[in-house]
Design a binder for this molecule. Sequence first.
Ligand SMILES: [Zn+2]
Length: 585
Amino acid sequence: MDPTLEIKAKLPIEELVGQYCQIKKKGRQYVCVCPFHQDTHPSMQVSPDKGIAYCFACNSGGDIFSFYQKIEGVDFKQALKDLGERTGVKVEGLKVDTPVQKDHKERIRECLVAAQKFYADTLVKDEKTLAYLTSRGIPDDQIKEFGIGVAPDSFSDTYQYLLKEGFSRQEIVDASLGIQKDLEEGKIYDRFRNRLMFPIFDGNGKIVGFGGRTLGDDDAKYINSGETPLYNKSVTLYGLSHAKEHIREQKSVVLVEGYFDVLACHRIGIKNTIAVSGTALTEQHVKILKRYSDKVILCLDQDNAGKQAAERSYILCSEEEMAVHTVRLEQKDPDEAAMADPEMLKKKILEETVPYLSMVIEEMKEGDTVSSEGKRAALQILLPLLKVIKSSVEKEHFMHKVAALLSTTEVSLQEDMQRLEQASPQIPVYDSPEETRIIPERSAFSTIEITLGLFVLFPVHKSLLAELIEPEDPYIASLYNGLKQSPSVEILTLDMLNLAPEYHERASILMLFCEHHGFSEWSPTMAGQEIRKNCLNANKEYLKNKQMDIAKKLQIARSEGNNTEETKLSQQYAQVLKLKNMASK
Ligand SMILES: [Zn+2]
């Protein structure tokens, strides 16, 4: 028997929680003051039936292992060991523990270091690529400083080299340097082939991954390392270790889009320059930048995608109270600008930056700000940009400018702004206000999850499952398929759904949530109505997420100049839009 199940059978949840909290019986359950947040009334639900203790106020808890981990601050292995001892269940033979993992991470790092050396050595012998770098204005010392190399045009040269250096097949795959295309065949291919290789370092100058630019006519102009224990693209900033001291000195950071842009700016002496790699700017990136400086200068591509990236960057940075300035270029990007006229680019970044919002307002002066449609269109862009400004002095300054632009008063602007704030709550859950009543607004569960929970409570409505778009997320899909194949019974339990063991806890918490909110008290008719409504909302949410997801990928494909991918994604996008319009009718 699985030792976790054995321990669960021997240690009821109420007994474990009772050792830390004063539990009180309430119906078939227990409640207690939640130990995980400043709780004023008993928010924690303890369900002996489900083996779950959970607080829906702070969304903490779970089965005995989750509860113990959280309250004792230990990891799962430790919890298993402790609770095993306490219940007399043997847990030996289960793999331990953290030091091994640490070693593995270190091995991945060593593997990346070896690969970087291999790529750099390959470049020295590759005259064609050296000539290409010269043509792009990159001198030898910069090649060395940034560790640039080349991945050979071969399916397994890198892999063979790393094997000879003593790395295992698994380590090479885990470092995202090798790809196993076919499980049966088991052959490993080099992830990077015929590419110019930019090593990516963390803030301390330790290598975490690579970005590779094709040297042939590969559809994907750029590819990056996949996510690994070392490389997480939403926290990685290209060039940070080279730039951080300069960012502190200059009290500002210059944000550009690509590897070549970073090199170009460093070359002309703007050494406080960094770029994101393989993703749009994220909140985490901004939090990291904020450690070094309060001011960011956007020097992004001048095309539409660049404009969108600028707006996004402005909003994210303003939310962290960073001042956002921008540079206007005549060329496509800083790399081209540096090739065309390095002194001019330097002057622009050092002397001619303007606050981002001033630039937006300035650009609007060239359009229609007189007709009512023109004003409305302008407000749609400007109000969200004004809204994120934290400082009231600064906000007032820009309100004044916008009022002048649209020949209106600041009072009317204020009113519009308030309307906008009311119309877009922080965490939008449902589209229309009347639909929010039944289900509490800030729930830990998505609409689709709650909808599936309702199906478990009311199996009589199983036929309505057909109204849902088939979910993709593995956990949700397993719940959905479990329901679809469930026996026709009056009372359905999670055990009848054949869920994978790793989904049991989450599904049990979901059912506790549904009961806690009294959904099980509904009449079958009312449940039917609610299920229909929730199916509709879940579909809308699915399509909305899908739309955003494709839009994000599309932006990346565009910025990478990947035309095939762009066409494919554009078609998908149109398809989703069509479905979305159908769903909202
Ligand atoms: Zn709590």
